[in-house]
Design a protein around this ligand. Sequence first.
Ligand code: ZN
Ligand code: ZN
Length: 325
Amino acid sequence: MTTKPKRTTWHYTPPLPLNPSPYFQWPLNIKSIGAWVVKGWFPITERMIILGLATVASLFFQPSVAESETLALGWVVTVYARNLALMSLVAGGLHWYFYTAKKQGNERRYDARAFATANRTFTFRSQVHDNMFWTLASGVTVWTAYEVLMVWCLANGYAPQLSLPEHTLWLIVLILLIPMWESTHFFLIHRLIHSTKLYQRVHALHHRNTNVGPWSGLSMHPVEHVIYLSTILIHFVVPSTPFLLAFHLMYFTLSAATTHTGFQGIVRGGKVILPLGTFHHQLHHRYVTCNYGGLEMPIDLWTGSFHDGSDESHQAFLQKRKNQR
Ligand SMILES: [Zn+2]
Ligand SMILES: [Zn+2]
């Protein structure tokens, strides 16, 4: 009798198989859709925290529309410093919690291997220093450049403005749609990058990380930052406000850190109280040619690149990879 070899390479896996969102399951199950949306936002989630940070940032560290009509060093530097502080707070805070202070040891950690040091693959020969450098030097700079461009265009009427308070409901709808948009946009640009020369020249920098930590999320080549954060250009069509622009960009940048923690989340008393880090994307970092998008939009499932983490799915993935060679 032959027994199927078990994969024991993960230190921890969440309940498998992974399931994409129920938005496109037929017949529509309103209860599951409602539960998915509630779980994605409430009570304490990375989305709520980013929404809170965007609110504080917009209230205290955002130039007024009148001020941003003219490009001036003062407000541009304020936005840049704010974004640097936010990225350092989120990625640095999570890195400190999980990897410096080791607050929960390896509990719910997907891959227990240590981060690389004395390794030529990485800038400064250190995975963490490499990731910090590309995140802060390139990621935050491109993020700020896009935000400055869009805020300036909004103030000068080159991009449509969502007038408040009469369109508050639209603002809420747009905020709720951002995760679906992120999943779609990420799949499209990521799939494109993987199937062209951009993979070796650009995206390979992100894939230096076969195991990931909070600083890995936005650790990308500058060209990839320009492509990844081009999401914000949709607001040349979809009306926005300075707050929505800030939240939209923070959702893409800060959640890159929160989805790459390498852990399922923050655990208290054996329970995850704050989900962080997606096993779905951890599979992409290890196996590369699967899971190009997120679970919010099941595009990987539709296009045959979905790896649900189960042994069956892994065997099918290995077979497909073998056939493609
Ligand atoms: Zn990644
Ligand atoms: Zn990739």
